[in-house]
Design a protein around this ligand. Structure first.
Ligand code: FMN
Length: 167
């Protein structure tokens, strides 16, 4: 798939087929975060692959909008490491860029994803830190669910007009 097609056809998919996804494939997809841009090239991100059903159940309980995690085989916990951050004002933007890289890499491999927000809500962030016993320097930022889609992928319904304004 070329880059432009990937950007245009990536979708958030919340219904999944009963088919196992290989951990090696998931690891490969997640490794593409390494190539994302980051402010001052700080690369302070850290990603965990969550494999246990009990942990996905915990996450689905934690957030009302995360019920799809009950069906997804894998999900990714995207974090940043405070000890490696040089510019705190930019670290969120680094995270967004790296998550988008993972979504597009997954799309190339025909693995479908949903980006689930976590940052900047302190309560679920600290619940997750406690549950996974994360070191103090690790800040949970977002979850990405991953699986094989149940249905054909719907086309994107664009809300904004395609109109470039040159100023
Ligand atoms: C920062 C962010 C947080 C999101 N959080 C959720 C979420 O908690 N639950 C969910 O089902 N989708 C979530 N999404 C996915 C959006 O709902 C989805 O991207 C949007 O509806 C557009 O659909 P598309 O991704 O198929 O183009 C989130 C997306 C972003 C960028």
């Amino acid at each position: 798939m070329d880059t432009l097609t990937a950007i245009k056809t990536r979708r958030s998919i919340r219904n999944y087929r009963d088919e196992i996804l290989d951990i090696n494939l998931i690891s490969e997809i997640v490794s593409y975060w390494l190539y994302a841009p980051s402010a001052h090239n700080q690369q302070a991100w850290k990603y965990y692959i969550i494999s246990k059903k009990a942990d996905r159940e915990f996450l689905a309980e934690t957030m009302e909008y995360w019920k799809m995690l009950l069906n997804a085989w894998w999900c990714i916990l995207a974090c940043y490491d405070k000890d490696r951050v040089r510019s705190f004002e930019f670290v969120q933007q680094d995270m967004w860029a790296s998550i988008q890289s993972i979504l597009l890499a997954a799309h190339e491999k025909w693995v479908w994803t949903v980006w689930l927000w976590l940052y900047p809500h302190d309560e679920p962030m600290s619940k997750i830190s406690q549950h996974f016993d994360l070191p103090d320097s690790i800040t949970p930022f977002a979850i990405i669910s991953m699986w094989v889609p149940e249905w054909e992928i719907p086309e994107k319904n664009l809300k904004s007009e395609w109109k470039i304004v040159i100023i």
